[in-house]
Design a protein around this ligand. Structure first.
Ligand code: GRF
Length: 185
């Protein structure tokens, strides 16, 4: 079975669900201090903190090179991003083609990008959801592995809708990641 890395930047609730589903995680990497990093440490998972700069001083190529170096040093064979917010340089997508997946809180190709939940609400769509896909050089655009729909309710805010989506994600992502690990074994 390939070794699994989970990159995080946020609250880490999807990572937490993966841990609870006993998905075998070899490494958690974080690009900023975040709850995800704490969750990983508390679960006894190896962590690497790779702080990045924000703004014009951020050297995306160099940061990606460093990230790939760390992943390679752990012999990682599958990467499952879970709320990871850095857009990495092309080099990682070439190195880990079909070995790098992402979960996004919309039914792609609708509502790409960071404001997916807010945009779905603003459009007034009645159904949105979550998409698990292979990550490629184009943001939120790789081949789709799994999707599940979530209804938008009348009085939804970004928070209530996103939480309803995450409830589905916390079940779907661990299942899909485990399946992929088995297929790649
Ligand atoms: C999820 O909604 C996922 O689709 C998106 O980021 C969120 C991660 O949530 N990419 P958390 O940090 O695990 O709570």
């Amino acid at each position: 079975m390939p070794k699994l890395a989970v990159p995080v930047s946020g609250t880490g609730s999807i990572l937490d669900a993966m841990i609870k589903y006993n998905v075998p995680i070899n490494l958690v990497i974080a690009d900023r201090p975040c709850r995800g990093l704490t969750i990983a440490k508390e679960a006894g998972i190896q962590t690497e903190f790779l702080p990045r700069k924000f703004g014009k001083d951020f050297d995306r190529k160099e940061y990606t090179r460093k990230t790939v170096q760390v992943l390679e040093s752990y012999g990682i064979g599958l990467i499952a991003m879970a709320g990871y917010m850095t857009v990495l340089d092309d080099v990682i997508f070439l190195r880990y083609r079909n070995r790098l997946i992402n979960i996004h809180p919309s039914l792609l190709p609708s509502f790409k990008g960071e404001t997916a939940v807010k945009d779905a609400l603003a459009w007034g769509v009645k159904v949105t959801g979550t998409t698990i896909h292979f990550a490629t050089e184009e943001l939120d655009q790789g081949p789709i592995i799994a999707q599940e729909a979530v209804p938008v309710l009348k009085n939804d805010t970004v928070d209530t809708l996103w939480e309803r989506i995450k409830v589905v994600e916390r079940r779907l992502y661990p299942t899909v990641v485990r399946q992929l690990l088995n297929e790649l074994a």
